[in-house]
Design a protein around this ligand. Structure first.
Ligand code: ADP
Length: 482
């Protein structure tokens, strides 16, 4: 298939398998979220045959890749990171057009974070020290054995960041990789494939396949050559993939949705808290960690809301390439309709829509920043992830009630707490249910820290050594001493 020219950037619509571009007879299209009439590409639509080819390539390449030292593999990862850094502008523009994320933030932060993911894992794996100790007359040693081909399945909301975050530990651990990005934002992965080729990775070490979830995804997850599955996406899909993983007894991690609380105490820096709350609209709420349930101490309710509304009024919906735009469009009209469905049902159920609640413009993919005061804590918009610019607002009278509200959903991905008390930060930070809890900040993360969810927010932990362990078969070697 011919390469496509996207504003002067050449992008392949094809898969990247065994070091080569491979196509499929059928296609699927990808469009620009903030300019929906603009079709960007017809992408190769992978099927069972594609899955088999990729699994074959990844398993053929595995023994040689696994036999390299961590430092040798690390050199490839650093080379790829160099190329990502050299191609920031290109990657940022493609991701912006394809996913709708703001260009400025892609250029300055997100793409570079992708490069950092590869560097971080190259160095962690290289500097890893095996645990060695004497016990019961034997010398014990814990060895990380590469596990085999790893399948990485990523969602549409942060395609480049999440793909690099998830592929880097697999490669560093000595596994070969098949990446399947989501079909609503497939393009940055295809640019990544060009960089993988340029970095000179051995054929079959890092493969990228394009296609629809159920069709290509099912064929991949059921392939017995796949030895690890690492997934980020929705709860229903995790259940399907989990069953496939169970069938082949394959370890599986899932980072799923959230319904995270943003808890504000009366002793907090109100301005900072209100600004961060209004900032939850930035990516139109298409962030799994977003603090979508604003829970504020009763005594500061009015002061908080005044500031929150002022910051929200300053949100600008528009072309994601414009520096003035602060709020990106929703990815797809289907998704915008889904979000509007939540709002309509909330209204019908007696929740109060305080602001927003409708499309910004007829036919556009933005929904106005929406704040809902639920009738009670059991409201659908309180208990279920919307993944749109929809926040709920609740109040509490004392710390215990605030924490109880914060912990009252089946999710547990993250939490945000605003307080001026260090003591409360320690106490409440431990009590709030979530794999990550931020106090007086949000989204800053150290790449070596564990990341993942509690409850229906996921299984397993990514980040640092946790992901390297997941991608390895841990072996205990015991040698008789003396
Ligand atoms: P989202 O709401 O982010 O689209 P999904 O769980 O539907 O969440 O999709 C996340 C990723 O999982 C996408 O790459 C999608 O194509 C993929 N996917 C969807 N269904 C399946 C499946 N049955 N098997 C494997 N992957 C799937």
């Amino acid at each position: 298939r011919d390469r496509i020219d996207i504003d002067g950037i050449s992008v392949s619509p094809d898969h990247f398998i065994g070091g080569q571009r491979v196509t499929s007879a059928e296609t699927f299209e990808t469009r620009c979220p903030f300019d929906w009439d603009r079709k960007l590409a017809d992408m190769a639509r992978g099927n069972a045959e594609t899955a088999a080819l990729a699994a074959e390539a990844a398993s053929a390449a595995f023994p040689a890749w696994a036999a390299l030292t961590a430092a040798e593999r690390g050199a490839y990862l650093h080379r790829l990171a160099d190329l990502i850094e050299a191609n920031v502008e290109k990657l940022a523009m493609v991701e912006c057009l394809d996913m709708g994320m703001l260009l400025e933030s892609l250029r300055l932060r997100v793409i570079l974070r992708g490069a950092a993911n590869f560097r971080n894992y190259a160095d962690l794996a290289t500097n890893h020290e095996e645990r060695v100790w004497s016990s019961r007359g034997t010398l014990n040693r814990v060895i990380r054995m590469p596990a085999g081909p790893a399948l990485i399945i990523t969602p549409w909301n942060a395609p480049f960041m999440l793909s690099t975050w998830k592929c880097a530990p697999a490669l560093a651990a000595g596994n070969t990789v098949i990446l399947k990005p989501a079909d609503w934002s497939p393009l940055s992965a295809s640019v990544l494939a060009d960089l993988i080729a340029e970095a000179g990775f051995p054929a079959g070490v890092f493969n990228i396949v394009q296609g629809l979830g159920a069709e290509l995804g099912n064929a991949l997850t059921s392939d017995p050559r796949i030895k690890r599955i690492s997934f980020t996406g929705s709860v229903p899909t995790a259940r399907i993939i989990g069953k496939a993983a169970a069938e082949n007894i394959v370890p599986f991690t899932a980072e799923l949705g959230g319904k995270s609380p943003l808890l504000v105490f009366a002793d907090a820096d109100l301005d900072a808290a209100a600004k961060k709350a209004a900032g939850q609209f930035d990516d139109s709420g298409q962030v799994c960690m977003a603090g979508t349930r604003i829970i504020v101490e009763e005594s500061i309710k009015d002061a908080f809301l005044e500031k929150f509304h002022a910051y929200t009024d300053a949100q600008v919906m528009g072309d994601s390439r414009d520096a003035a735009t602060t709020m990106s469009a929703l990815i797809h009209p289907i998704h915008a309709d889904r979000v509007l469905g939540f709002i309509d049902r909330a209204r019908a159920a007696g929740d109060t829509i305080v602001r927003g609640g409708k499309r910004f413009r007829e036919g556009a993919n933005w929904i106005e920043p929406t704040l809902i005061v639920p009738k009670d804590n059991q409201s659908e918009v309180v208990q279920n992830e919307v993944f749109g610019p929809v926040l709920t607002f609740q109040t509490f009278r004392d710390e215990a009630e605030g924490v109880a509200l914060a912990n009252s959903t089946a999710y547990g991905l993250s939490g945000i707490v605003y307080t001026g008390s260090e003591e409360r930060a320690q106490r409440v930070g431990r009590l709030v249910r979530g794999g990550t809890v931020w106090v007086n900040t949000f989204l800053v993360r150290d790449l070596t820290a564990p990341f993942g969810g509690i409850g229906i927010s996921g299984i397993g932990r990514e980040g640092g050594d946790y992901a390297l362990d997941f991608h390895s078969d841990l072996k205990t070697l015991q040698i008789l001493e003396g």
